[in-house]
Design a protein around this ligand. Structure first.
Ligand code: ZN
Length: 307
């Protein structure tokens, strides 16, 4: 069959507030088009379905009809069934069949995974983690996500929920978390936590004006809490690198030397030696890019065409 049409994988990244999407050329992994809109996640899953439909329609208008769709979503995702079981920061999400919705709406094979799993795959295949066998990605956004590549493969665990590092508890009697636990990292080191601790000031503002006394206090608590969590994480997984993504990581960049120093003082010397703690390459696109890469890996265009 002769065709000149590009095979395109669409990657959709559903966050608490934003829906990010890219069209990826399957042949050479070039990003052909990208867009970002409100995810409407707080208004319920049907609104997200509408936002996904609108995004895919726009790609089609630009001539990028997908052969495959990959979807990254925050929360506990079953990658086999493509069902989002729960998502602590999305109101009312319970057993949402995203894969089924996508395949019914877009008529192409679709794959769903946790958004941070997608993000770590993007960094591992095309970003700062290229060539590494053991990689931890932390996404510092509205919440804190975690993704793990261990022994050269994406590690999902028994139920697909592994790597929820934002829900590593750092204070046994700390803030209650929607996940059911207390004192989770996410309650202290996410964008929404920084906003709360700074008295309704955005993390961007806090990091842009570190001389304001209240901001300085919030930043110093952030460094201490984040370094404590990182120490546990690196002692557990012994990675080659920890990469930091998400919009809050941009503000954290200036404090990486302090964070590296604290971790190297607290972690096992063998673990700390040679450990890289760096910003991720794809600050904003890693979720959508990784979702597209996972879709390419899991579902071949040819298999669909012959089915
Ligand atoms: Zn939690």
């Amino acid at each position: 069959m002769a065709t000149t049409a590009k095979h395109i994988a669409l990657g959709l990244d559903i966050g608490g507030t934003r829906l990010k999407a890219i069209a990826l050329d399957a042949a050479n992994h070039t990003i052909l088009h990208e867009l970002e809109t409100d995810s409407h996640a707080a208004e319920g899953p049907e609104k997200v379905r509408e936002a996904m439909r609108a995004a895919v329609s726009e790609f089609k208008r630009f001539g990028y009809a997908p052969s495959l769709v990959g979807i990254g979503c925050a929360g506990s995702v079953d990658p086999r069934s493509g069902v989002v079981r729960t998502s602590p920061n999305f109101g009312g999400w319970k057993d949402i069949p995203l894969k089924e919705w996508s395949e019914s709406d877009f008529q192409v094979p679709s794959f769903v995974d946790n958004d941070a799993n997608c993000a770590v795959v993007a960094e591992w295949k095309l970003g700062q983690g290229r060539g590494l066998k053991n990689l931890v990605l932390l996404t510092l956004g509205t919440g804190v996500g975690g993704g793990l590549v261990l022994d050269d493969r994406l590690y999902r665990g028994r139920t697909g929920t592994a790597g929820e590092l934002g829900h590593l508890s750092i204070y046994a009697n700390g803030e209650r978390c929607p996940c059911g636990s207390r004192g989770c990292l996410e309650r202290y080191c996410s964008g929404s936590a920084i906003r709360r601790l700074a008295g309704d000031v955005s993390s961007k503002e806090v990091f842009a004006h570190p001389d304001v006394p209240r901001h300085a206090k919030v930043i110093s608590a952030f460094i201490a809490d984040f370094s404590t969590a990182l120490t546990s994480i690196v002692n557990t997984f012994d990675p080659d690198a920890v990469l930091l993504g998400g919009q809050v990581s941009q503000g954290v960049a200036a404090y990486l030397p302090e964070i590296r120093k604290a971790v190297s003082e607290q972690a096992f010397p063998a673990v700390a030696s040679g450990l890289r703690i760096e910003l991720a390459k794809f600050a904003n696109l890693s979720g959508s890019l990784g979702a597209a890469l996972i879709a390419l890996e899991e579902g071949s265009v040819n298999r669909f065409k012959s089915s």
